[in-house]
Design a protein around this ligand. Structure first.
Ligand SMILES: [Mg+2]
Length: 231
């Protein structure tokens, strides 16, 4: 709550609540009004989820389950087998936590205010990525980031320790006047393209349900992300 109490928004909200409670408590009590949870409380709840270590613990749990799956299922990958693992990038391989917490989980124009070029790795996922490579599994990134961010993204991935991926699927910038299709449409298409190259996708990991639905992974692993939602 410390951070929030210093914001003009929170101060105004508290002032308004105090005035309201002094002038019209009965009116509120008998109005039958039920409000959605206050934004300030929601933000604080998400901060606590992260700062308590619970977010990281849950990420580690999912990554460990994915590793256990690879270890037990693919002890000996044959040379002629083209196995693949697919990794999402944001809130899977790289973390945007600094930007999210700074703006109170705003989901609008976040990449305008906060450049994406120095995102830290999500360590349990980096370890899973390296483990898949050690097993002889080809690793792919499939991301909703646009092609215009390719060089920034590649540099960022290298900077924090990712290397040796087979390919990075990004999204073309849509023609003027059109919008980019949603992730649940283009991500399966990207995975289909990987499959069409002769790979069998044994693992797909991401933080959104839209990272995981549709074509064509043998197992999917969902990381937690209560901070934003992408369809
Ligand atoms: Mg993501």
């Amino acid at each position: 709550m410390r951070r929030l109490l210093h914001t003009p928004f929170a101060a105004l909200a508290l002032f308004a609540a105090a005035v309201f409670s002094q002038t019209a408590p009965d009116a509120l009590l008998h109005s039958g009004l039920t409000e959605p949870e206050n934004h300030t409380i929601t933000v604080e709840r998400l901060m606590l989820y992260h700062d308590s270590g619970e977010y990281e613990r849950e990420i580690r749990e999912v990554a460990n389950a994915a590793r256990d799956y690879l270890e037990s299922r693919f002890k000996n990958v044959r040379k002629d087998e083209k196995l693949a693992a697919v990794f999402d990038i944001d809130e899977t391989s790289l973390s945007n936590w600094a930007a999210m917490q700074d703006c109170g989980f705003c989901s609008y124009n976040i990449q305008v205010k906060y450049p994406i070029d120095h995102d830290p790795a999500i360590t349990p996922v980096l370890e899973l990525f390296d483990y898949a490579k050690e097993r002889g599994i080809a690793v792919f990134f499939v991301t909703g980031r646009p092609e215009t961010q390719r060089q920034l993204t590649v540099d960022n991935l290298h900077e924090v320790g990712y290397s040796g991926w087979t390919d990075l699927y990004m999204q073309p910038v849509p023609p003027t006047g059109t919008v980019k299709p949603p992730a649940h449409v283009f991500k399966p298409q990207n995975r289909q393209a990987i499959t069409d190259k002769g790979y069998r996708i044994v693992l797909n990991i991401g933080d959104q349900a839209s990272d995981l639905s549709g074509c064509c992974a043998e197992r999917v692993f969902k990381l937690p992300n209560p901070f934003y939602l992408l369809d």
